[in-house]
Design a protein around this ligand. Sequence first.
Ligand code: GDP
Length: 300
Amino acid sequence: MVRLRSRLSRSQNTLGKGLLTLLSREHLDEDTWEEIEETLLTADVGVAPTQELVERLRARVRVLGTRTPAELRALLREELLTLIGTDLDRTLHTESPLDQPAVLMVVGVNGTGKTTTTGKIARVLVADGRSVVLGAADTFRAAAADQLQTWGERVGARTVRGPEAGDPASVAFDAVKEGIAEGADVVLIDTAGRLHTKTGLMDELGKVKRVVEKHGPLDEVILVLDATTGQNGLVQARVFAEVVDITGIALTKLDGTAKGGIVVAVQRELGVPVKLIGLGEGPDDLAPFEPEAFVDALIG
Ligand code: GDP
């Protein structure tokens, strides 16, 4: 996991190394516990999970007595994993239970990395020998369909698009129809993320969803969140979660931020597992979210 480690280096410095250094102090006084709390909050772990973690660490450190670096590392690893959760279903469901392509809808606010993530998911699937159709249902942003098509050409997936400023739902419908006609394995639908008003968003995404579901149930609705937007991202996430049933989160731009703790906050807040993480702008910079590998990369 060398790559994960190097991409998460900023979070590693604050969260992993920062916490281990603080916990290694000879006297763990109130000031130190406050610093630990601040470190977690700065890394966007969120208020409630931070308090929970600090309480658990305090209790465990108390019974430890002397603390060797190896003991502290093991303890922190265990507690971070408990916080993140190791028993959630983080599989990206790309097989339909029906005899038709799996349909995945990708939602999120513009700029979070929706189109890029859609392209990267397609890349993983195509590399795995699956045939993929992309649906450019973000008809609002003029360049979005071109951007998705470029990704499609890059990774070997066909893009279905409609007229500029056309109806997103009809593009989504056509993409699924095409996918079925071609016998594709997976249809990925990139949607528009206009957070103009909640009703506007609800109308638009709700319609895309309803129309797609004429062909059968959606297999995944992935919410893309930009890790660098911290608590703001959480507010957006809540709005989306009210509009559609999110089945998984893709957390992007973890490579450029020290706020890796947002992984904990988002899934706690939404009750939905983080399934994918974005670690850069390139086609291979997407990884399944594996708590153990993530925590190991954080604490070095
Ligand atoms: P959309 O408007 O949500 O579809 O966002 P885009 O897919 O156009 O992405 C917005 C910007 O974020 C682009 O410059 C992407 O290259 C960049 N981006 C997306 N994912 C990541 C990531 O995981 N890491 C980094 N560093 N940049 C990313």
